[in-house]
Each structure stands twice: as structure tokens, then as C-alpha cells.
Design a protein around this ligand. Structure first.
Ligand code: OOG
Ligand code: MG
Length: 257
């Protein structure tokens, strides 16, 4: 039996992102399972590397119940971040580059000394040099922001852009910090880092394990997004978006058109 056309699907998804133009879901029709979906994600990343982008990190997705419920998929997933997706703290983003962007508050880790493949993370403060509040801008390439598990994996877990706030040394506890997302000074979401797998540190174990299954090894110096603590919020043009994580501080950007 001939398998799904990995390169063709990656091309379709890549063009949808480049043109900010939505496409229908494709996993059911093309017989894409989870493994094949990660192969599409790898091909999409290669397409970005071929045009000069650099791989700078890993992001986790659906590590909180709020996110799982919002998109109707209940498995932890991961995607890949490149340098061009990074927006400076306080910077601006043109919404015209996206289809139906949403924003969500995250916790970022700056990776340091990571365990060998197959080994658990020993001391978290060996593995992580610093932590920061972050905002992820997600943009599903599928119409109506609706997808199956393999569809969202193939689409690099809706990764589109991210903003990292100031780095701080790893605090004693990360498992119950208040999280706030504000749009134009109004509260859009409130939550706790406890929503992220009970403790965002657990997201790193999961990231190492799940990415390792597909031959991706996390590297020192990479950024790691642990997954949103709350549901995501639609982003319109002309908004000021700010996320605050207790003890870690604040990160923000502005959307323009
Ligand atoms: C999938 C990406 C999920 C998170 O933090 O949970 C994600 C999506 O919601 O489109 O980035
Ligand atoms: Mg996210």
C-alpha cells in the first residue's frame, strides 16, 4: 500500500501558512496517522530551514485541560519553533500575516544541560537555566480552527509566533503560579501554572520523551514553551496583549494591520 504523500501535504500546509489562506483538514482523507503527521511536521520544518530559518526551540501543546477542551483533542503534542517566529518583547505583529490568530499565556524555559536520550530529567535546575513569562500566537492553517489530532500535529501544532519576557533564575516552585492574559488592559483569561500537567516542569519530561520518539533531541540554548495554562483568545488588529506569570513578571506585544 502506498502511504500518504508526506512531501505533498507539507507543501500544502506550508503554502497555507505563507499565504495566510486556510485549507480543509486533510488527515482523514490522506490516511495520516500520528507518526506520519510528525513526518509531515519534520518536512515542514525542513522547508523553513531550506529558506534560511534556524530551529530555536520546542513547544508543547494541549498540556492543560482548558486547551484540550477548547480544541477537542486530548493528547499532549509538540511542535518546533524557528527564529523568524520570535517577536521581541514589546514588539509588534502584523495580523495580516495570519489566518485567524489566537494568543495564549505560556511559561518558557531556557534549556541548559539535558539528560541523555532515555534518561529522566534529574535536577530541573541543571536542565533549565532560566524561566520567563511568554505569549504564544497560534494560527491553525485549517478552516474554522478545527482539526483532528494528526491534522494539528502535521500543522506544527498551530505554531505561528511567540514572545518571551525577561528571563529569571528558576524559582523554588513553578507549580502554582497565577497566570493572567490581558487584552487592552482588560482581563481575558486567568489561570494557574498548575493547569499545565499539574506542574509545568512535567512538560519538559514529556517534551523530551515525546520528541525523542521521533528522533528530535532538545538542545542547550533552546527555548521551550510548556503549553498554555488557559484557553486561547482571538487576536484582532490594534490590540495590546500582555501576559503576567506570578513571580516571573510580564511580557507584551501589539498587533497591527
Ligand atoms: C494547538 C496548539 C496548542 C498549547 O499551548 O496548548 C498549544 C492549538 O490549540 O491550535 O500551543
Ligand atoms: Mg501554546
Amino acid at each position: 500500500m502506498i502511504g500518504p504523500d508526506i512531501a505533498g501535504i507539507a507543501q500544502t500546509l506550508g503554502a497555507a501558512a505563507d499565504n495566510a489562506s486556510p485549507i480543509p483538514q486533510l488527515a482523514a482523507e490522506t490516511g495520516l496517522d500520528v507518526d506520519a503527521a510528525y513526518a509531515v511536521q519534520a518536512a515542514l520544518l525542513q522547508r523553513r530551514l531550506d529558506r534560511g530559518e534556524r530551529l530555536v526551540g520546542l513547544k508543547m501543546g494541549l498540556t492543560s485541560k482548558a486547551k484540550m477542551a477548547q480544541v477537542g483533542v486530548d493528547e499532549v503534542i509538540w511542535g518546533q519553533l524557528t527564529d523568524v517566529m520570535r517577536v521581541p518583547d514589546g514588539g509588534s505583529v502584523d495580523v495580516a500575516a495570519f489566518i485567524h490568530p489566537r494568543v495564549e499565556p505560556e511559561v518558557a524555559f531556557l534549556l541548559d544541560r539535558l539528560p541523555e536520550p532515555g534518561e529522566p530529567v534529574g535536577d530541573f535546575t541543571d536542565a533549565v537555566r532560566a524561566v520567563a513569562p511568554a505569549i504564544e500566537l497560534i494560527d491553525s492553517r485549517y478552516a474554522n480552527f478545527t482539526f483532528s489530532l494528526p491534522d494539528v500535529i502535521a500543522d506544527n501544532t498551530s505554531a505561528a509566533a511567540f514572545v518571551i519576557g525577561p528571563w529569571s533564575p528558576v524559582p523554588n516552585g513553578l507549580d502554582n503560579l497565577g497566570v493572567l492574559l490581558e487584552i487592552d488592559g482588560r482581563v481575558a483569561q486567568v489561570g494557574s501554572t498548575a493547569a499545565i500537567l499539574g506542574d509545568p516542569r512535567r512538560a519538559l519530561d514529556e517534551g523530551i520523551r515525546l520528541a525523542g520518539r521521533h528522533g528530535v533531541r532538545l538542545r542547550s540554548g533552546w527555548v521551550f514553551l510548556a503549553g498554555a495554562a488557559t484557553a486561547a483568545v482571538p487576536l484582532r488588529a490594534g490590540a495590546h496583549v500582555r501576559a503576567t506569570v506570578e513571580k516571573l513578571g510580564t511580557v507584551s506585544f501589539r498587533s497591527v494591520s
